[in-house]
Design a binder for this molecule. Structure first.
Ligand code: URA
Length: 270
């Protein structure tokens, strides 16, 4: 391992070739990263970069030769913050998260995708990076690219705010499916409160990613497959997950394919 190899991600800038890519697609689930890198039409696998602690990463290229990194962030903000920190050291300056989310609005159905314009960040890792009141804002350029891609592809999409929290059960007010039936007082009714604040969904990484983007100086966006309808149930809609995930991946790839190269220059991600 060279001195500049990311300790956790298991690769560094020198593994990315003479003209290293600045763009990364980041998935929480290593199976999704593999799916993006190895079986997405229009993407060609150049090489696997690493498979360290289940944080598998790949170097891939698009039909026009443009290369990018597909990396696994792991579950939740602490793991993701480590991966993003090391990707930044490897020269990555644009990150699109491809994740999953649970809708809290009646009109945002499982099977659709949410493109996050911003996040409410109720995350410990995010607070280590910047104060709670620091904005967790998406790159307007990558986000517009995702929306354009979704429109072009005919994907069922929504644009809005997601709530990023640290726990899947307690923090997302799950009790029926949780081993812990006791919710702290401040979490009881929080889903209804967020619904009234026009927050679209719950997930576990975007807020910290967006705060890191602001502090470090890189561009970040998030496209999220809706796999639960929390207005009516705590369950994951496994029947709709594959299709929603597929649409989120297609949006991310199309966004990268069609992104104006001007938006890869520093004035767009500072
Ligand atoms: N991811 C989450 O964090 N919550 C959900 O309900 C679904 C996916």
């Amino acid at each position: 391992m060279s001195e500049r190899t990311g300790y956790h991600i298991g690769f560094g800038r020198e593994d990315l070739g003479a003209d290293p890519p600045s763009m990364a697609l980041v998935c929480g689930d290593p199976a999704r990263t593999e799916k993006v890198a190895c079986s997405t039409p229009g993407l060609h696998l150049v090489k696997q970069l690493s498979d360290n602690r289940a944080l598998s990463s790949y170097l891939v290229s698009l039909a026009d030769g443009k290369r990018l990194v597909c990396a696994t962030s792991g579950m939740g903000a602490p793991s993701m913050s480590i991966v993003i920190n090391e990707l930044f050291s490897a020269g990555i300056r644009q990150v699109i998260r491809i994740g999953t989310t649970g809708s809290i609005q009646d009109d945002v159905r499982a099977g659709s995708v949410i493109i996050a314009s911003a996040a409410l960040c109720r995350q410990g890792a995010g607070s280590d990076i910047a104060p709670p009141e620091y904005p967790a804002a998406a790159s307007v350029f990558l986000t517009a690219g995702l929306v354009e891609a979704a429109r072009e592809l005919g994907v069922d999409w929504h644009l809005g705010i997601t709530a990023s929290v640290d726990t899947f059960y307690e923090g997302q007010e799950r009790t029926a499916t949780s081993a812990n039936k006791h919710l702290l007082g401040h979490l009881r009714g929080i889903t209804e409160e967020y619904r009234r604040l026009n927050i679209l969904s719950y997930e576990m990484e975007t807020g910290t990613l967006f705060k890191m983007a602001g502090v470090y100086g890189f561009a970040a966006a998030s496209v999220l497959a809706v796999i639960a309808e929390r207005s009516s149930s705590e369950e994951i809609r496994s029947d709709l997950k594959g299709q929603a995930e597929h649409d989120a991946i297609r949006c991310a790839i199309r966004c990268v394919e069609t992104l104006d190269p001007e938006y890869l220059t520093p004035r767009y991600w500072r």
